[in-house]
Design a protein around this ligand. Structure first.
Ligand code: 1HA
Length: 271
């Protein structure tokens, strides 16, 4: 029973229920291609989901059965990025959204029916898990349309499907069906289209039964290996958060505020 939080969003729908937030790209007339506004709205919704303490998992999806997302809206592609309606500025702001999905301390699940293509393919790739419908189709088009994503789109893809397969996907610009995607580890499971949302919600419910801190630590640990200093920062930030929650950490703060020398002698050294 999704509750509608779509508010003043134009390009997305935003729903919540039972600890799950669902962000839906709502531009089915262009196979859910994104423009700068779409990305900004997704960023706003994802920030809301992150800061809502009742939310434990986020679903990212596209409206309708035909597409998850077909990447950047080529109709508004300018000479240095995708053109913003309001300011006329040219953006590649989906890169900011990618980082936001990766650094979100809650699992983000891509729910894919139909096409996940180009920048839309990278979006599902970036998500922690992907649940695909049988009609899902995956692929990159960059070299065909004069674009490439050499960030997560290349390096993270290689860590998911391997170097050879990642190079094939980008160099040949072929499309892959759901069974092929499952076979190469690009998606977690494939289900009949009519079961897609039910299956995804079941996965969310299982995740919601588990320790939020353990999940948060694991997500940042998985990121740390591939995200360089930024990944280590996330993992270390979580360690600091946990340390702040201990009496030992709090002794340092209390001593400072009470203008006394801290006494750490009562804290035993672990082996
Ligand atoms: O590479 C990046 C970036 C890299 C670095 C940093 C930032 C990046 C940001 C973005 C991107 C990219 O996304 S580049 C790749 C852009 N996307 C594409 O090249 C995919 C283009 N679309 C398709 O290949 C096909 O439409 C499709 C395989 C997704 C679906 O095919 P289908 O079912 O045969 O439908 P189709 O008839 O092609 O499309 C339906 C309508 O949607 C068409 O409009 P209509 O003729 O009805 O007016 C079609 O033009 C429109 N449409 C689909 N995708 C897009 C689109 N319009 C604008 N932009 C699209 N991406």
């Amino acid at each position: 029973d999704w509750q509608d939080h779509s508010g003043d969003y134009q390009d997305i729908l935003y729903h919540k229920a039972e600890g799950i937030a669902k962000i839906t790209i709502n531009r089915p007339e262009v196979r859910n291609a994104f423009r700068p506004r779409t990305v900004m709205e997704m960023q706003r919704a994802l920030a809301d989901a992150r800061f809502d303490a009742d939310i434990g998992v986020v679903i990212l999806t596209g409206q309708g059965d035909l597409a998850f997302c077909s990447g950047g809206d080529q109709r508004v592609r300018g000479d240095s990025g995708y053109k913003d309606d309001d300011t006329g500025m040219h953006h590649l702001n989906v890169l900011d959204l990618q980082r936001q999905i990766r650094s979100c301390p809650k699992p983000v699940i891509a729910m894919v029916a139909g096409y996940a293509i180009g920048g839309g393919h990278v979006l599902h790739l970036i998500c922690d898990l992907t649940i695909a419908a049988e009609n899902a189709r995956f692929g990159q088009t960059g070299p065909k349309v004069g674009s490439f994503d050499g960030g997560f789109g290349a390096s993270y893809m290689a860590s998911v499907v391997g170097q050879k397969k990642a190079r094939e996907i980008w160099f040949l610009c072929r499309q892959y069906d759901a069974a092929q995607a499952l076979d190469m580890g690009l998606v977690n499971t494939v289900v009949p289209l009519e079961r897609l949302e039910q299956e995804t919600v079941e996965w969310c419910r299982l995740i919601l039964e588990h320790s939020p801190v353990a999940l948060r630590m694991l997500k940042s640990a998985f990121n740390a290996g591939v995200d360089g200093q930024a990944g280590i920062q996330e993992l270390a930030g979580n360690a600091t958060m946990l340390f702040y929650m201990t009496e030992e950490g709090q002794e340092g703060r209390n001593a400072y505020l009470e203008k006394r020398k801290p006494d750490f002698t009562r804290f035993r050294r672990q082996p």
